[in-house]
Design a protein around this ligand. Structure first.
Ligand SMILES: *[C@@H]1O[C@H](CO)[C@@H](O)[C@H](O)[C@H]1NC(C)=O
Length: 246
């Protein structure tokens, strides 16, 4: 009887393991990935809901802890010394790039760190440009301004003027996937600010603290994509002036 129970338990664990492997595989092959506005440096490519692979029986005797499972805060060569195998959580790779033979979709209306196309928009204001393009601009430290096309025109104008007066690395585009209650958004690498009304102080604070924080912010190369471009942003004559100006 005991043996049967044991077999069922083992069988169940194997099933969980297989399920985990299938889910991981699906995640890696899918261009549709999860969205978060937390710091991308700490995002796990496997997602945060994966089942831990380590089973209790793998814990070395001296590291067992009744309350936490594993004794916490103790560096160990047998378990976790903060150096070995750390790429299992994150391998440091940037978001993937996709050719036009692949559809790229996002789980969030306002992605902040996801896979995208290799050609990125010239900095400036657009009639419309999709996130599949501008996600690369925020990797270069840009600020993207999104507004619902039916938002209050005077508020749209106010936000455009503010953004344009703050920095040259910007992309401005309407985006109808935002709610009418929060019709304005600013997006920087890994974060977004959504607004019901344009507040000058908050907008400037966001741009000052979040612009030029992408992993390739020092990169000055202009974009190559210009479909829908209405007005090109004026780059500073001196690249060392490539800073937030407001
Ligand atoms: C590191 O990973 C390898 C392969 O999974 C494993 O054999 C090894 O035990 C791991 N080392 C530690 C310290 O966990």
């Amino acid at each position: 009887m005991n043996q049967t129970k044991h077999c069922i338990t083992i069988g169940f664990l194997i099933f969980l393991e297989l399920l985990f492997m299938v889910l991981c595989h699906a995640e890696h092959n899918s261009p549709v990935s999860g969205i978060s506005n937390s710091d991308p440096k700490f995002l796990s490519p496997l997602g945060l809901l994966s089942t831990p692979r380590l089973l209790k029986k793998d814990i070395p005797e001296e590291l067992k802890d009744a309350k936490h499972g594993i004794v916490m805060g103790v560096s160990s060569e047998k378990c976790d010394n903060g150096k070995v195998n750390i790429t299992k959580d994150w391998d440091g790779s940037p978001p993937p790039h996709y050719c036009m033979d692949t559809i790229v979709q996002y789980n969030s209306a306002i992605p902040t760190y996801e896979g995208h196309r290799p050609l990125w928009p010239i900095f400036g204001e657009y009639q419309f440009v999709p996130p599949q393009r501008w996600l690369h601009n925020i990797e270069h430290g840009a600020i993207v301004m999104l507004y619902h096309p039916c938002a209050e025109p005077s508020e749209i104008l106010k936000l455009k003027k503010l953004v344009k007066s703050c920095l040259w690395k910007y992309v401005i585009t309407p985006w109808n996937k935002m709610s009418r209650e929060l019709p304005f958004a600013l997006v920087a690498w890994g974060c977004r600010l959504q607004m019901a009304k344009v507040d000058t102080g908050i907008v400037r604070y966001f741009i000052r603290s979040k612009a030029f924080r992408g992993p390739e912010s020092h990169y000055l190369k202009q974009g190559q994509f210009s479909v829908g471009l209405i007005e090109v942003s004026n780059p500073p004559s001196d690249p060392s002036l490539d800073k937030v100006l407001c």
